[in-house]
Write a protein of this length. Structure first.
Ligand code: CP
Length: 309
C-alpha cells in the first residue's frame, strides 16, 4: 500500500475517476448493498476541536463496519498534564490503532500525525486548511442530483478565507470540471486562492470567477453553497468592518433570481447570518442530505483505506 492509499489528508491526490468511482460505490452502500466486517480493528478519534456531524457520522460508519471506535476525550487527556501532541501520538501508537481520525485547530496536524504513525489517518478538518470527507460528502450530495459535474456551475458564498471546507471543495469541484463562482465580503476572500489552483492545473484558470454581487452567479448556478463565518479563526488583523447580512441567502433571493437552484451548507449553520431559517428548512435545501450522506461516504472511505482497495 503506498502513502496516498493509506491516508486521506485532502482531496488533492484523488483523481476525477477515483472520485466518480467512490460516488458510485457510496450509492451502493446507501442503497443497502453488503457491509464489510472489520471486527477486531481499532479506530481512534482525536478531536481537538468541537464537532457534531463529522464525529458522530464517523462513529456510526465505524459501527456499521463492526470497528472498535475509541474516542480520546482531549479535554480529559494527559494533554492537561503537559503531554505534547507528538508524545500523545506516540503513546496511542504504542497502544495500537489501525486508523486515526483527527480534527485539529492547526493546519497540517493530520500530516504530522501521518508522518509519525504506522496507522492510516483521515483528516477530519485541520485548521483552515482541509476537510476532505466534507468535500466528498458534498460531491456525493451533488452527484445524487446531477451526475455530470462538467455541466455544473456552483457558487460558494461567505467566509472563504478561514474555511477549510472552501479550500477542499474548490479543489474538488475544479477537479470534477465544474465552474465555480466565489462571492462574499472582500475581507474574507483570498485572491491568492486562484494562484494556488493555477499551480495545480492551468486549465482551472477559467473555471473560477470572483463576484462582488449576487445576481449573476445565482442566476447561473445549479448549486449555492453558503459557508459559516468562522469568527473563532479571525485574528487581530481581520477587518471585521463588513456587512455580512448582505451575503445572507433567503427565500426572497432564491425566488427572485433562481427558483431551481439547490442550496447547501456544510454546517453548522448560523441561521439568519449565512442563511435564513426558512431557506435552511425549505425544499431547496440539501443540508440534511449532506449530513445523511456523510455517514455513507465516510463508511466507504474507511472501507477503502482499511480494505486496501
Ligand atoms: N461540517 C462539519 O465539519 O461539521 P461539524 O463541525 O459538526 O463536524
Amino acid at each position: 500500500m503506498n502513502y496516498l492509499n493509506k491516508h486521506l489528508l485532502d482531496v488533492d491526490h484523488l483523481s476525477k475517476d477515483f472520485i466518480y468511482d467512490l460516488m458510485r460505490q457510496t450509492k451502493k452502500i446507501k442503497d443497502g448493498e453488503s457491509l464489510n466486517d472489520f471486527s477486531g480493528l481499532d479506530v481512534c478519534a482525536l478531536f481537538y476541536e468541537d464537532s457534531t456531524r463529522t464525529k458522530l457520522s464517523f462513529q456510526k460508519a465505524c459501527s456499521k463496519l463492526r470497528l472498535n471506535f475509541h474516542n480520546l476525550d482531549i479535554q480529559k487527556s494527559s494533554l492537561n498534564k503537559g503531554e505534547s501532541f507528538y508524545n500523545t501520538i506516540k503513546t496511542i501508537n504504542s497502544i495500537g490503532m489501525d486508523l486515526f481520525i483527527i480534527r485539529h485547530f492547526s493546519s497540517g496536524a493530520a500530516y504530522f500525525l501521518a508522518k509519525n504513525t504506522n496507522s492510516s489517518v483521515i483528516n477530519a478538518g485541520d485548521g483552515s486548511h482541509a476537510h476532505p470527507t466534507q468535500t466528498l460528502s458534498d460531491l456525493f450530495t451533488i452527484f445524487e442530483e446531477e451526475e455530470n459535474f462538467e455541466d455544473l456551475e456552483i457558487s460558494i458564498i461567505g467566509d472563504i478565507l478561514y474555511s477549510r471546507v472552501a479550500r477542499s471543495n474548490i479543489l474538488g469541484f475544479l477537479k470534477m470540471g465544474s465552474k465555480i463562482n466565489i462571492l462574499g465580503p472582500k475581507e474574507l476572500i483570498p485572491k491568492v486562492i486562484i494562484d494556488i489552483y493555477e499551480s495545480i492545473d492551468k486549465s482551472y484558470k477559467n473555471k473560477i470567477k470572483f463576484y462582488e454581487d449576487f445576481e449573476k452567479p445565482i442566476l447561473n448556478s445549479n448549486f449555492l453553497m453558503a459557508l459559516r463565518i468562522q469568527k473563532e479563526r479571525f485574528d487581530t488583523n481581520t477587518n471585521m468592518d463588513f456587512d455580512y447580512h448582505k451575503w445572507k441567502l433567503d427565500m426572497e433571493k432564491i425566488n427572485t433570481f433562481n427558483k431551481e437552484v439547490f442550496v447547501m451548507h456544510p454546517g453548522p449553520v448560523n441561521e439568519e447570518t449565512e442563511m435564513s431559517h426558512e431557506l435552511v428548512h425549505s425544499n431547496r435545501s440539501l443540508i440534511s442530505k449532506q449530513v445523511e450522506n456523510g455517514v455513507h461516504v465516510r463508511q466507504k472511505i474507511i472501507e477503502r483505506l482499511l480494505g486496501n482497495e
